[in-house]
Design a protein around this ligand. Structure first.
Ligand code: PCA
Length: 201
């Protein structure tokens, strides 16, 4: 059975929950399409994230990697096209505040998703899930994870589907923060549909 490493994040900043944690916890251990789901929920910590994803890819030996993050203010699923070699923005959960540093000194400026974005966009639309292909994953933890994941796979010459998807807030966050939000079950269903439509080699 093929394995898919599915990653989400813990709550951060003013968000008391993270819908990606809930999605990972509900899909963990399931078989979806070609894949058995191996779930991980990561801390929002710049200094830990690179080694966490490297270790998990090494230990799990996945046939595909799908990473998820919450983006407040979006009202559709965002299939991220590119990760950039920089971190910047608000402090993380350890209090570290990035200031435009490179993630890898000798890394490429940008790394492209290895997910079939157009195919996934069509699959989600066919299931009535609002979706957009996004050209910026920001400069916070999510971009960092997407970049270090793709960088590591490139270094190891592992040619597998891998990439990052941002999801909107769940209603819990929407109500607390007065931002657009979705039912958690639709967020989890969107992730399920993405995995179903990921073909491994
Ligand atoms: N979203 C943040 C980090 C953790 C998460 O779920 C981001 O978009 O960078």
């Amino acid at each position: 059975m093929k394995k898919l490493l599915l990653t989400g994040y813990e709550p951060f900043l003013k968000f008391k929950t993270n819908p990606t944690q809930a999605a990972v916890e509900s899909l963990e251990g399931k078989v979806i399409g070609d894949y058995k789901i191996i779930g991980r929920v990561y801390p929002v910590a710049f200094k830990e994230i690179n080694s966490l994803i490297e270790q998990d890819i090494e230990v799990v030996e996945p046939d595909a990697v799908l990473s998820l993050g919450l983006a407040s203010g979006i009202s559709s699923v965002h299939l991220e096209r590119i990760a950039i070699n920089t971190i910047d923005g608000r402090e993380d959960n350890t209090g570290f505040k990035p200031n435009g540093e490179k993630i890898y000194e000798n890394g490429a400026d940008g790394l492209f998703s290895k997910l079939p974005l157009k195919q996934l966009e069509t699959a989600l639309l066919n299931e009535n899930i609002p979706v957009n292909i996004s050209n910026s994953a920001g400069t916070y933890l999510c971009n960092n994870l997407m970049y270090s994941e793709l960088y590591y796979l490139q270094q190891k010459k592992l040619d597998i589907p891998a990439g990052f998807v941002h999801v909107p807030p769940s209603h819990e966050i929407g109500i607390a923060q007065r931002v657009p939000s979705w039912p958690q079950e639709d967020i989890t269903r969107a992730v399920h549909i993405i995995i179903e439509n990921l073909q491994s080699n």
